[in-house]
Design a protein around this ligand. Structure first.
Ligand SMILES: NC(=O)c1ccc[n+]([C@@H]2O[C@H](COP(=O)([O-])OP(=O)(O)OC[C@H]3O[C@@H](n4cnc5c(N)ncnc54)[C@H](OP(=O)(O)O)[C@@H]3O)[C@@H](O)[C@H]2O)c1
Length: 278
């Protein structure tokens, strides 16, 4: 009889952390259901490794998540590990962003992951849910507050679910530092589009900060940590009997955790001064 192969469902497998995780787990012999949104990504992943099955899913759409669930349900009896990885980054000054732009951030990073967890529950008995959160969940970074808030809310909601659930599901949050993936270029594109919607006064007020933010994001695109570091942590969690509730990846993420425990007035003072000097 064939030994039970661990079954993984990962969202956002078309690029970055998700793609590398899907390919690494598949190479190790896991059965991977990889969430993608485009046919070209499904074909590419499936051609790279026969342990991968692409699953169309837009996590912000209940009907899409529903269809994805029934597809996976017909192909496996259980999922051992659900990895909520799909995400986007919305940045900008809070006074300028529309509520719609803020909602878009939460729709993907927070409610999307909840959508998937709730729909896939029948397959998740005794499973692990690994959420790719971020060091941003510490909430200490201005101008990327929508992203910080979405990850913080994700962690809070899922931490509670980890305690409440009656299906013996363990919840683990992975909080990486800056990782070299396409998310940075995408966030610059999104921030530029959002900027076009600001009124002229707001544009003038925040030009300096937004240029700095953009320069930083483009730099992160090249200087971030290798995506393999996140995959190593995911593997460690999958293989651990008793994983911790939170894992940081990278020194920056470790220090962000420590700094975030300091008095708020102190953290804000330092950060505001730093912004004043850009
Ligand atoms: N890179 C970093 O520095 C960093 C640090 C900490 C945490 N993270 C987190 O890591 C996760 C992966 O990000 P990444 O850096 O690997 O970026 P990425 O390469 O841009 O990957 C994001 C993935 O999410 C998918 N996605 C976006 N919206 C979706 C939706 N509505 N439904 C389904 N899939 C959707 C994208 O699919 P499409 O290709 O179809 O758009 C893509 O596959 C995110 O949650 C991010 O917040 C990243």
């Amino acid at each position: 009889m064939e030994k039970h192969r661990k079954v993984i469902f990962i969202t956002g497998a078309s690029s970055g952390i998700g793609r590398e995780t899907a390919l690494t787990l598949a190479k190790k012999g896991y059965r991977v259901f990889a969430g993608i949104r485009k046919k070209i990504d499904k074909t590419e992943l499936e051609n790279l490794n026969s342990n991968i099955t692409g699953v169309y899913v837009d996590i912000t759409s209940e009907s899409s998540v529903d269809k994805a669930f029934w597809f996976v349900y017909k192909n496996t009896e259980k999922i051992d590990v659900l990895i909520n990885n799909a995400g986007i980054a919305v940045a900008g000054p809070i006074e300028c962003l529309t509520v719609q732009q803020l909602k878009e951030q939460f729709d993907v990073n927070t409610f999307g992951a909840i959508n998937v967890m709730q729909k896939f529950l029948p397959l998740l008995d005794n499973a692990k849910i690994i959420n790719i959160s971020s060091m941003a969940a510490t909430g200490i970074f201005p101008f990327v507050a929508p992203y910080c808030a979405s990850k913080s809310a994700l962690d809070i909601l899922f931490n509670s679910f980890g305690i409440e659930n009656k299906s013996n599901i363990k919840v683990i949050s992975v909080r990486p530092a800056v990782i070299k993936t396409p998310i940075w270029n995408k966030s610059v594109k999104r921030a530029r589009n959002n900027f076009e919607e600001y009124n002229e006064t707001a544009k003038e007020k925040y030009t300096k900060e937004l240029l700095y933010l953009e320069k930083n994001a483009l730099k992160n695109n090249d200087s971030g940590i290798d995506v393999k570091k996140v995959v190593e942590t995911i593997l460690k969690i999958i293989n651990s009997k008793n994983p911790k509730p939170v894992y940081t990846v990278g020194a920056q993420a470790f220090f962000a955790e420590i700094i975030s425990k300091m008095p708020k007035c102190f953290i804000n003072y330092i950060i505001k001064n730093r912004i004043g000097n850009i």
